[in-house]
Structures are given as C-alpha cells and as structure tokens.
Design a binder for this molecule. Structure first.
Ligand code: PLP
Length: 395
C-alpha cells in the first residue's frame, strides 16, 4: 500500500507519462521519423567537446580515491572556489566557496533549499506559467504553492496580483528566467519592480522572503539579451543553477546553489542546506562530473543550433496564423491553442503526429508548449502538419 500522498502524485504525473507512451505507440504505427515529438525538454545539442576532454583529464591525472571518494556534503572545495570565481568574473559579484553548494541538478538544489526553508503550511509563490515540478517539490516539505495568474500579453510576471498574494506566511518566491515554458526572459524593469515589492512586504510583515531564482536556462539566451543576475537586485536571493542545459548534461545530475553572505540568517541557511543535501539522500553532488564541469565553466553548447530551430518554428507558426510571443531564451515556445480547451487542441495536433504539452501542466490553460530542442529536420517535417492544423481551425 503506497502512501496517500504518493497516490495523488502518481495520478498527477500521468500527463507527461501518457504523452511518452503515445509517442511510442505512434512511432510503432507510422515509423519514428513520421512522429514529431515536441513534448520533452531533453537537449538535442551535443555537450561541448571540452566536457569529454575534462572527464578524461580528471580520470587520467587525478587521484582515483579523491575522484571517486566522499567529500564535504557541499562539494569539493576547489570546485566551489572555481564556480564562485567564475560568477564573480561574469557578474561582478563577490562570492567565495562558502556561498556555493554543489547539487544534484537544479531539481536537487530546489529540494535542498525548500527543505532548508519551509515549515509546514508556509507559502511559496510562483508565477504562471511555471515548471510543474515546483508543485511537487513544495509539497515534499508540506509547504503550500500559491500560483500568481499569468500575464498572457507578454508573459512577464503579473506583479500587481503578486503583491496582493503575499502574506505573513510567504516564505519564498520561485522565479524562472529564461522561462520554461514560454522562453521569455524577465526584464530588468520587471526585476526592479519585483524587488521593490518584496522589500516593501518584508518590512510590512516583519518577515524574510527568500527569492529563489531557478535558472537552468541562463546560458540559453538569444540575440545577446541580458539576463539580470538577481543577487544584485534583491538581498535575500538564492540562485539555483544547473549544467543540464548549458552543457547538455541532464543525465549527469549536476548544478549548484548560490547562497550569498547577505541573505538573512546566512550562517544557519548555508549550514542547514549542507545538512539537507546529505539527509535528502543526495549526500553530495556526483563527484566525477563536479570535477569535470569545474574545468568547463566558460564553455557552452552551440547556441546557434537552438537559435536556428527557434527562428524556423517561430516564423513558420506566425506565418500560418498562430499566436505566440517570440522566445528570447531556453528552447520552448508557448503557442496559443486554436480553441479554448488546449487539451482538445493538443489532441487535434496528435492527429498530425505532433506531440505538444497542454499549458494546464504549467498552470496556464489555453496554451501549449512546443519544445524545439529537436533536430532541425524534424521541425521541417512537422511544419506541413502545423499548417494543416491551422487550416482545420479555419485560420
Ligand atoms: N527548473 C526548470 C525550470 C526546468 O525546466 C528543469 C528541467 O527541465 C529543472 C528545473 C530541473 O533541471 P535539472 O535537470 O537541473 O534538475
């Protein structure tokens, strides 16, 4: 007998799982090359060659008992030192190794920081549309996720409603830019306003509200757009980073948290996060890949490959009459469904062997997510289906 909490969690995971099953079923009937699966955020661009070289260098040149051994729960000191120096160089910050905890991807980092901060029933706010897993991560620690309704004009956060929703029970706010599922980058103006509201509310309620910046897509930003580094705008900011997308390493499970000295109760927060990393069962981030990424902090995947996909899918969909905001980062596009019920629209797309994810999975019905981290040729093959689909809706 599984726990009651798990019964609900299993039920709620069924959307993505059934999509995966459906993809396999369609591939069996029509052939894999005739099924256009845009449902998964799995990077299609290869990791940079430096990663393989770094892994080999670590294996060939470093002590095996060090490379494969236990370490501090926060990660290797020299790795954390390099991460902090790299951040300081890029963002003019002032971090050191004691501000960094290496984590099991962004997912591990978010669970660590939520375990560190949350008492039962404390609130975490996030902005729709949002990465659906936040709901599960917050529920892991018996917190309450409150979702700020979307601003579907440009998908910048809806700050007026946000201000109304903050309460004495608000412990943290999670934001994600570049955003999954919209690809929107939150502007500096948005961040300044967000920080102003948080400062005001902290004062009004006499509480600390931590801003958790979930940024696995930081490096995936197009046309040279600036992605503001949030610790510079709001004192109580904690950053959750991941190499899953910037270096195409999602299976390796590697990322880090930045907990700056300035955050309220820093000593306790960093100490507790260290313990949380251990007792959640991660113990520490995987050792070999920690050492390898530390040698590749200035590397990135070939962004031009995603950029070509972005231009092709966006320009084509717009020319067929679809509506969507042009993504500025990540590898997702959030298209307005051609009927009110976006689940029915996703079903209609499936008739053309196109798999896309209904926006209700991201707290934003009426839209669907297209993950364009796929082969360019697959997008080309899928386009006639998108065109016919629009025609079926009389567009
Ligand atoms: N946060 C967002 C917004 C994501 O899209 C993802 C993965 O797709 C994650 C966190 C988890 O990433 P990781 O593989 O680093 O755990």
């Amino acid at each position: 007998m599984i726990s009651e909490k798990m019964v609900d969690l299993v039920k709620n995971s069924s959307v993505i799982r059934s999509m995966f099953e459906e993809g396999k079923r369609l591939a069996g009937i029509y052939g894999a090359e005739n099924v256009y699966d845009f449902s998964l955020g799995n990077p299609s661009v290869e990791p940079p060659v430096e990663i393989k070289e770094a892994l080999l260098q670590v294996l060939n040149e470093e002590s095996p008992s060090m490379v494969h051994g236990y370490m501090n729960n926060s990660g290797y000191e020299d790795v954390r030192e390099k991460v902090s120096e790299n951040l300081n160089k890029r963002f003019e910050t002032d971090f050191n190794k004691d501000n960094i905890i290496m984590t099991v991807g962004a997912a591990g980092g978010l669970n660590v920081i939520l375990k560190t901060l949350l008492n039962p029933n404390e609130e975490v706010l996030t902005f729709a549309p949002f990465f659906g897993e936040y709901r599960n991560y917050v529920s892991n620690f018996d917190g309450k996720l409150t979702v700020v309704p979307p601003n579907t004009v440009d998908f910048q956060p809806n700050l007026d409603e946000f201000e109304q929703l903050i309460s004495k029970k608000t412990k943290a706010v999670i934001i994600n830019s570049p955003n999954n599922p919209t690809g929107v980058v939150y502007s500096e103006q948005t961040i300044l306003k967000l920080a102003e509201i948080l400062n005001k509310k902290q004062k009004e309620f006499g509480i600390s509200i931590y801003l958790i910046s979930d940024e696995p897509y930081r490096e995936l930003a197009y046309d040279g757009i600036d992605v503001p580094y949030l610790t510079k705008y709001y004192r109580n900011t904690i950053v959750g980073y991941s190499f899953s997308k910037s270096l195409s390493l999602p299976g390796e499970r590697i990322g880090y948290l930045v907990i700056p000295n300035e955050v309220d109760d820093y000593e306790n927060v960093i100490g507790a996060a260290n313990v949380a990393n251990r007792i959640l069962g991660y113990v520490n981030a995987p050792s070999l890949i920690q050492r390898a990424v530390a040698k590749c902090l200035d590397s990135s995947v070939d962004l031009e490959i995603y950029n070509r996909n972005r231009e092709l899918i966006y320009n084509s969909l717009i020319s067929y009459g679809y509506q969507c905001v042009k993504p500025q980062g990540a590898f997702y596009l959030f298209v307005k469904a051609l009927e009110e019920d976006e689940k029915a629209f996703a079903q209609a797309a499936k008739k053309h062997n196109i798999l896309i994810v209904p926006g209700s999975s991201f707290g934003c019905p009426g839209y669907c997510r297209i993950a364009y981290c796929v082969d360019y040729s697959m997008i080309e093959r899928a386009l006639p289906g998108f065109k016919k689909l629009a025609q079926e809706y009389g567009i």
